[in-house]
Design a protein around this ligand. Structure first.
Ligand code: SF4
Length: 403
């Protein structure tokens, strides 16, 4: 057994690192992710700052690593040059070590990524691409403010195939203004035909501060699909993915066997992880921390000579108490098709499942929202997939004492 798997709750050593690349070429109209438009010089400075932050993590890193997953998220990581990606990977390797079989994922925006760059990302060690298709209709892409076309997506997927990427994920956004279930079906079919081994499908939310929210407030946003239509779209994604042999392993993710996103599984299984980059969240030793989201401030700090951690770099810091971690075990773990189990709970927390949580699970089984998974656990039933939040809330509200 690896050192990663052998550590009990709180003392477990994270073997995953999330890196936030907070730059984009422009802002999409629905997006509330932390990022800013940057020119190449500023992007390069961001990469330098990120390497400085990664180096500062060194004194926290025990000798038992290497990392088994590394994730370049954003923002638009594909705006980096391959040399910049190589610089970051080399720094990570130096500080943490990287397992020879490590999964290294990079998010790609098809609008700004030339075929040669895809090949070079493979050359510098990236093993998996997550490509933002979103929709297979150029008019939806344009209305959402995406700066790519369906032809750009094809170009990137073909280049990825030629570069030898065995794991290719495509992101699909449903619930867009005036989108129909047939258009969502066409999007899923296109992503599958292009060689996706993994699909992530997310429903559009109108988040505060976005252009879509301003349009909605002004009554000028094109009509959104109603709730029933959105459910139908979700069912379309699941059905088409299943018909192509992709198994739904999480509420919004399906993959061919062996192509599940190992990095995101860490989050859903309640495992710890490192993080670096402006606004990035880590989970270390039972403490969740989020770095300041002031991108300029973050860059200035890490670009100054001898920069190190200071408490003012934490925008949020929360010690997750044990009872909350146990509740979280349910509401995160139930996102997964594998569900949650008593034995895994015992391994994770070193104690049996509290009676109150056992009762909550039994109540949800009686209501047809949970079913048995394996010999000792539970998973969501098909009807519960559409109302998963109702189930999660039940566990969040379950009260019990830890002795
Ligand atoms: S959706 Fe992606 S590319 Fe668009 S603004 Fe947000 S982070 Fe940038």
């Amino acid at each position: 057994m690896s050192a990663c798997a052998a550590n009990p709750y709180r003392d477990r050593v994270p073997c995953s690192l999330y890196l936030h690349l907070a730059f984009c070429r422009h802002r999409c109209r629905y997006c509330s992710f932390l990022s800013r438009v940057m020119d190449p010089a500023e992007r390069h400075a961001y990469v330098t700052a990120l390497c400085s932050e990664i180096r500062a993590l060194e004194r926290l890193v025990p000798a038992v690593l290497p990392l088994v997953t590394l994730y370049f998220g954003g923002g638009t990581p594909s705006l980096m040059t391959a040399d910049e990606a190589a610089q970051i990977i080399a720094t990570v390797e130096e500080v943490f070590g990287l397992d020879p079989g490590a999964e290294i994922t990079l998010e790609v925006n098809p609008g700004d990524t030339a075929a040669e760059k895809i090949r070079d990302f493979a050359r510098v060690g990236v093993t998996r691409l997550s490509v933002g298709l979103q929709a297979a209709q150029d008019r939806h892409l344009a209305y959402a403010g995406r700066d790519h076309t369906v032809a750009d997506y094809h170009r990137v997927m073909e280049a990825a195939g030629r570069a030898g990427f065995a794991s290719l994920s495509s992101d699909i956004l449903y619930g867009l203004p005036q989108q129909t279930p047939e258009e969502v079906a066409a999007t899923v079919e296109l992503a599958l035909a292009a060689g996706s081994t993994h699909l992530s499908f997310y429903s559009l939310t109108i988040d505060p501060g976005t252009a879509f929210e301003r349009l909605e407030r002004a009554g000028r946003l094109a009509a959104l699909p109603d709730e029933d239509t959105e459910r139908e779209m979700y069912a379309v994604c699941l059905d088409l993915a299943r018909a192509a042999g992709l198994r739904r392993y999480e509420l919004s993710n399906a993959a061919l066997p062996g192509h599940e996103g190992r990095h995101n599984l860490v989050y859903w299984r309640g495992e710890p992880y490192w993080a670096a980059g402006a606004g990035a969240s880590s989970y270390l030793g039972g403490v969740r921390r989020r770095t300041i989201s002031g991108i300029r401030h973050w860059m200035e700090h890490w670009l100054s000579p001898g920069a190190d951690w200071t408490t003012e770099l934490w925008e949020e810091e929360e010690a997750v108490d044990l009872a909350d971690a146990m509740r979280e075990f349910f509401w995160l773990g139930l996102r997964l098709a594998e569900g949650v189990g008593r034995e895994r709970f015992r391994r994770l927390f070193g104690q049996p499942l509290p009676v109150a949580l056992e009762r909550s699970a039994a109540g949800l089984v009686a209501e047809g929202l949970l079913e048995s998974a394996g010999t000792d656990g539970w998973r969501l039933t098909r009807p519960a997939l559409d109302i998963a939040n109702v189930v999660f809330r039940r566990f969040l509200l379950t009260e019990f004492d830890i002795h």
